[in-house]
Design a protein around this ligand. Structure first.
Ligand SMILES: Nc1ncnc2c1ncn2[C@@H]1O[C@H](COP(=O)(O)OP(=O)(O)O)[C@@H](O)[C@H]1O
Ligand SMILES: [Mg+2]
Length: 273
């Protein structure tokens, strides 16, 4: 479904800024309906990778294929969910959720029915006419996910979607996402900095190296679904977590080291990052 082939990405420099190598030869394949989690140090190029799959930019080198076709720009087959729910503040919750349908020209009864279906799935019926700012963080993120899913994209690209939520809401959202995924079966590329979340949700966990990012390890998660939440307490889970951390920790350290170099005393760092 998604094939990322030897992808390099360098953000060009200029005007006193150095070029930033963000990705250094990333190879990754996602099968149809697969859920793949990506973890890696901050700044290693996770968002960059997601944006390239979304078609928001083109890699400096290498190719990204979706369903065998080269990605040349954004498409209705790929929906993106960001950490901060990007809802339109001037539209109601229902209008936000229905936005993609309108773009596709859907109107009338069918539009109304779909929007109310998704409001119901997300438990947001009572908030249909509310403005986004009237919702809690978790509700806003549910609305953003509904908006992404309503056009039934084959692929969901999620960039730390629950990173800004409190622990309990995050947990609810994880269950919720898994339920949705089991029903609709999109292919999911899920970026998180939470290792437990990565393992709990994913069929595979991909660990990226410090910048410029490449893939350090690609681990199959051995747990059957549906997964219960106390799975995280089992020795088997802890063992998988240990495996992920054994690769991730050194990368976190070298990212920190890089960070220190960049922001070093004398602080020309601003220009470098
Ligand atoms: N538009 C951009 N222009 C220049 N540098 C960028 C741009 N976007 C990201 N970067 C840099 O590329 C690197 C990777 O960024 P990003 O993909 O956001 O990492 P992550 O999501 O893993 O934290 C970082 O060093 C970041 O500062
Ligand atoms: Mg990011």
């Amino acid at each position: 479904m998604i094939s990322i082939q030897d992808v390099h990405m360098v953000y060009p420099g200029g005007r006193g800024r150095r070029a930033v190598p963000a990705l250094l030869g990333v190879d990754l394949k996602l099968a149809d309906g697969e859920f793949v989690s990506v973890v890696g140090p901050s700044g290693c190029g996770k968002s960059t990778l997601l944006h390239l799959v979304a078609g928001f930019g083109r890699p400096t080198e290498g190719n990204i294929l979706v369903d065998g076709r080269l990605v040349r720009g954004p498409g209705a087959d790929r929906a993106v969910v960001f950490q901060q729910a990007a809802l339109y503040p001037w539209l109601s919750v229902a209008e936000n959720i229905g936005f993609g349908l309108r773009i596709h020209g859907l109107r009338g009864e069918e539009y109304k029915r779909k929007v109310s279906d998704y409001l119901a799935i997300m438990g947001l019926e009572a908030f249909a006419r509310h403005a986004p700012y009237e919702l809690s963080g978790g509700m806003r993120q549910r609305a953003a996910i509904a908006r992404a899913l309503i056009t039934q994209p084959e692929i969901m690209l999620m960039d730390e979607p629950f990173g800004a939520l409190d622990a309990q809401t995050r947990n609810e959202m994880q269950r919720f996402l898994l339920r949705l995924w089991r029903t609709l079966r999109p292919t999911v590329l899920f970026v998180t900095h939470d290792v437990e979340e990565a393992i709990l949700l994913g069929d595979r966990v991909v660990v990226m190296t410090a910048r410029p990012g490449k893939i350090a390890v690609d681990l199959a998660v051995p747990f059957a679904r549906p997964r219960e939440w106390d799975l995280v307490l089992t020795p088997e889970f802890v063992e998988v977590k240990r495996q992920v951390l054994s690769v991730l920790r050194p990368e976190l350290e070298s990212a920190e080291h890089l960070e220190r170099l960049m922001s070093g005393i004398g602080g020309e760092g601003e220009l470098d990052t």
